[in-house]
Structure formats: C-alpha cells, structure tokens
Design a protein around this ligand. Structure first.
Ligand code: NCD
Length: 307
C-alpha cells in the first residue's frame, strides 16, 4: 500500500513491513537532521493539530517534527476556544480544517473519533490518541526506541506494567509487538487487566504471561514499559481509589533486574516511576521522548508524499 494520502488511525491498519519501513525512514531522517540541522521536504505544507484532550509530548513533537521538515503548523490545544463549544460536530470541524491544511493530527477523548475524521477528510488524518483505544504514533516511537537501544526487537522479553485496561499506548504497542518474536508479560492489578479480546489475539501469535506481581517477573525482563493509571477514564472514582498507588518502579525493585533492563514510559508519569530511577542506567524514557520527533517526521513526510 502506498503512503501518500494514507491515514494513520490504528496500528492494526499496518503490516510488519509498513512498521519496519517507517522506522527505517525515521532513522534516515534522524541522521539527515543531525547533519543539516533542518530539512525542507515539507516546505509550503501545513499541518493542523487538533487536540481535544491534554497533551505535552505528542502535540509538541508533531509540531517540532513539522517545523524540522520545513513545513508550518496551525491548530488548537483545547477545544474550549473553538466552535466545538458552540455545538459544532467533529465532522464539520474536520471538513473545515482540511480547507486550511495538508495533514491533520487529531487527539480526541472518544474511541473511534480518528476513524470518523479519516472517513470525512480527503487529506491524511493521523490519530494522536482516541480515548482508551489506540495511539499508533506512540507505538512507532516506542518500537524505534527499543530498536535503537537493543539493535533488535526479536528475542526480547517485554513487560507492560500498569493500567492495561484503559491505556491506549499499551493496546497499540502490544498489538505491534505481536509481529515480532517477543515474549510478553502483562503486569497489572486485577482491576486493570488488558481486555480479554486483545489478550486472546496476542496469544494466537506470541507467548503471553499475565501476572499481578512485578517483583516476581522483573528479573526476567529486558524492557519494562510502565504506564500511568488513566484516572480520567475511570467511570467511578471509587474504582480508581482501589488501585491508586498499587505499583511503583524504584531502585529497590531494580536491584532484582537484569543489568541491561530498560525502563520505558510514554509519560506523563505520576508516581509509578520514582524520580531516583531517572539517573540510573535503566532509564530510557527521556530517550523515548526524543524518538518522537524523527518518527513523526517520517509519518508526516510519508503521508504528505514529500519524502
Ligand atoms: C499517553 C497518552 O496520551 O495516551 N501520553 C502520550 O501520548 N505520551 C499516556 C498517558 O497519558 O498516560
């Protein structure tokens, strides 16, 4: 499938070859950027960033990526100052914004919002997170980070720790990891287990272990991917209070880890990784933040058809 004009809605829309191709293009762009400082592939193109939910890294790294490609950016970081406040539908907002831009990046609290936007728009739509559902661009930068750190993804033992029920980053990531020869450890409080339909699908392709106990599995892992409890997605505050503070990665836990274990996190963190870990050899999460720019440059350049 060609890349020009393509939407990036769900990691399920991609083959392993597609994923590997994006990672390769990102690596090439990272090198070009280091050499030249800035690039001009997207000169004259406009990115619209429509964020109906809070964001720091995703929005700013998309904007940085577009600027580094020589393009420009319009958009909003809160729907409260837009006509959505007057009752405008998402479809009308998208049909409007596409008159002003060449590619749209959308974050929305409702699952399926990005799919709807992609159906309505003639220009490419990139999903920057739709409710608890998917966050495919985060997944691509996660894979890029793992590949850069280990030189490979195959053969690794990867743990996903935390809110596997409401976390969209781990839903996308688990589905993408199933393309590789990895052993997956799903580690969460009982209340926050990965949805059954995803676990069943994963088990058809790779070995999956489920546990509530991080202490017992930490010695086996090459990567532990930690996530925040997605408090804003809980229908009931009582349910949140039952799991609040139930896990933390700290130096005491890491004394049991392999020397080369890498700790990842899509960020923002609340209390699930103690700041004392930041300066340890295990911390990979700020390097992971850096990966957002080359990977999003690749996605923007490919969907715009300028690379
Ligand atoms: C994540 C998200 O928005 O899903 N953040 C991000 O994009 N890096 C994770 C989170 O909010 O916990």
């Amino acid at each position: 499938m060609g890349w020009t004009g393509r939407d990036v809605v769900s990691i399920r829309d991609f083959s392993k070859e597609d994923i590997e191709f994006v990672l390769k293009v990102a690596e090439r762009l990272e090198g070009e950027l280091r050499e030249k400082g800035s690039l001009d592939y997207a000169k004259g193109k406009i990115l619209a960033t429509l964020f109906f939910e809070p964001s720091t890294r995703t929005r700013l790294s998309f904007e940085s990526a577009m600027h580094r490609l020589g393009g420009s950016v319009i958009g909003f970081s809160s729907a409260s100052t837009t006509s959505v406040k007057k009752g405008e539908s998402l479809a009308d907002t998208i049909k409007t914004v596409e008159q002003y831009s060449d590619v749209i990046v959308l974050r929305h609290p409702l699952e399926g919002a990005a799919r709807l936007a992609a159906e309505v728009a003639d220009i490419p739509v990139i999903n920057a997170g739709d409710g608890s559902n998917q966050h495919p661009t985060q997944t691509l930068l996660d894979l890029y980070t793992i590949k850069r750190a280990f030189g490979r993804i195959d053969g690794l033992k990867i743990g996903l720790l935390g809110d596997l029920k409401y976390g969209r980053t781990v839903h996308s990531l688990a589905e993408a990891l199933a393309f590789y020869d990895v052993e997956l450890y799903l580690i969460s409080p009982e209340l926050l287990r990965m949805p059954d339909h995803i676990v069943e699908e994963l088990r058809e392709k790779i070995t999956v272990h489920e546990t509530t106990n991080i202490e017992s599995v930490i010695p086996k892992l090459d990567v532990v991917y930690v996530t925040r409890i997605q408090r804003e997605r809980f229908p009931d505050e009582e349910e949140y209070l039952r799991v609040k503070g139930s896990y933390q990665v700290n130096l005491s836990l890491l004394t049991r880890a392999r020397e080369n274990l890498k700790v990842m996190h899509p960020l923002p963190r609340v209390d699930e990784i103690h700041p004392e870990v930041d300066s340890s050899r295990h911390a990979l999460y700020f390097r992971q933040v850096f990966s957002g720019v080359p990977v999003r440059m690749a996605l923007l350049g490919l969907t715009l058809g300028v690379l």
